[in-house]
Ligand binder design. Structure first.
Ligand SMILES: [Zn+2]
Length: 75
């Protein structure tokens, strides 16, 4: 279990896509991960530098651009 570091309020963070919580930073032996405070199984970034950008990317609620799962048929 590492040390929990709150993310400053002036830094924009997407809420956890599973439960809507604001993420926190956990420090483990000099490395950092951005993760959900409620559940370890929710998304967390790779241990290393603080990567809020990666967290934001993975917790956006809409699919990334270029997703052609539902192509529109011409009628
Ligand atoms: Zn969560």
């Amino acid at each position: 279990m590492g040390a929990i570091i709150p993310i400053q309020e002036n830094i924009f963070c997407e809420p956890c896509k599973d439960c809507g919580a604001r993420p926190i930073i956990e420090q483990i032996k000099g490395a950092f991960t951005v993760r959900c405070p409620n559940d370890k199984t929710h998304y967390k970034t790779k241990l290393g530098l603080v990567n809020i950008e990666d967290w934001n990317l993975k917790n956006k609620t809409y699919p990334p651009l270029g997703n052609t799962k539902n192509p529109q048929k011409a009628s």
